[in-house]
Design a protein around this ligand. Structure first.
Ligand SMILES: NC(=O)c1ccc[n+]([C@@H]2O[C@H](COP(=O)([O-])OP(=O)(O)OC[C@H]3O[C@@H](n4cnc5c(N)ncnc54)[C@H](O)[C@@H]3O)[C@@H](O)[C@H]2O)c1
Length: 259
């Protein structure tokens, strides 16, 4: 029997990358999974992938920065798939550029997706989970939230904000038996990482391959992490095996960060 048999989870950013890997793993382990993303085609593909593996999923294309859209997604998930008690907040965006050229609009959109989006999803799922006797919420932060990122200050600040939000929400929701944690990946093999190195290569006057190789050279384990490996830590934190873990941010980074 899977770890999430009989449970319903909402996964944002589920059109690809880490969000998709989390959705697939939770479904493989018995959860009914509501997958949501602004990328409508990708999120439907994730639903089809889960269904083809014998799992149960429903796709809800939506913008995570809209409170009413998030409320509709969680309500529809509960209506179609059963009581919602688990969530993974994985939607995120990142751009690289000189600090002095970071625009007000760029700052606002990063904060809206990466920080407000987590807040909106957490609050809506927590309302349901509290009413159902408990649950678990996990956000994908980043090791970028632990330190400085001179060419993506908005991103690093948003991810530090996610760690802070997780701590506050965990304390606020503990009495309702809702656990809240963050996972901080290092360098993950996803489209986001490829895009980052295309942008950094321009800034540094090197090729995207050189930019990528420079970053990998800094990782003690000597390689990037797969979305499936990140999903394993997310699933652990959502599972009963993590029943006493809340308000934590766990690095999954091959030794890149230690705090
Ligand atoms: N790739 C990495 O190296 C890395 C490292 C640390 C943390 N992360 C974080 O992991 C999470 C997943 O990233 P990924 O690497 O899988 O990249 P990804 O680009 O594959 O996934 C991000 C998803 O978020 C979705 N999204 C963007 N804006 C949205 C919006 N307004 N509403 C709903 N969905 C929206 C995108 O469509 C995309 O499917 C992100 O929060 C990212 O910041 C990634």
């Amino acid at each position: 029997m899977g770890r999430f048999e009989g449970r319903t989870a909402v996964v944002s950013g589920a059109a690809g990358g880490i969000g998709r890997a989390c959705a697939v793993l939770l479904a493989d382990e018995g959860a009914r999974v509501a997958v949501t993303d602004i990328a409508a085609e990708g999120v439907r593909e994730t639903m089809e992938l889960i269904t083809a593996r014998g799992g149960r999923a429903a796709a809800y294309p939506a913008d995570i920065t809209s409170g009413s859209a998030v409320r509709d997604v969680v309500a529809a998930a509960e209506h179609e798939l059963g009581p919602v008690t688990l969530t993974v907040a994985a939607a995120g965006i990142m751009r690289n550029g000189p600090f002095l050229e970071l625009s007000e609009d760029g700052w606002d959109s990063t904060m809206a997706v990466n920080l407000k989006g987590v807040f909106l999803l957490f609050q809506e799922v927590a309302r349901r989970a509290s009413a159902h006797g408990g649950g678990a919420l996990t956000a994908i932060s980043s090791v970028a939230g632990r330190g400085a990122r001179p060419t993506s200050a908005d991103y690093a600040a948003s991810k530090a904000g996610v760690i802070s939000l997780v701590r506050s929400a965990a304390q606020a929701l503990a009495a309702d038996q809702v656990r809240v944690n963050a996972v901080c990946p290092g360098v993950v093999d996803t489209e986001m990482t490829q895009a980052i190195h295309r942008e950094r290569a321009v800034l540094d006057g090197i090729t995207p391959e050189e930019s990528y190789a420079r970053q990998v050279a800094k990782i003690p384990l000597g390689r990037t992490v797969s979305p499936a490996e990140v999903a394993e830590t997310v699933a652990f934190l959502l599972s009963p095996a993590a029943s006493y873990i809340t308000a934590q941010a766990v690095n999954v980074c091959g030794g890149l960060e230690m705090d």
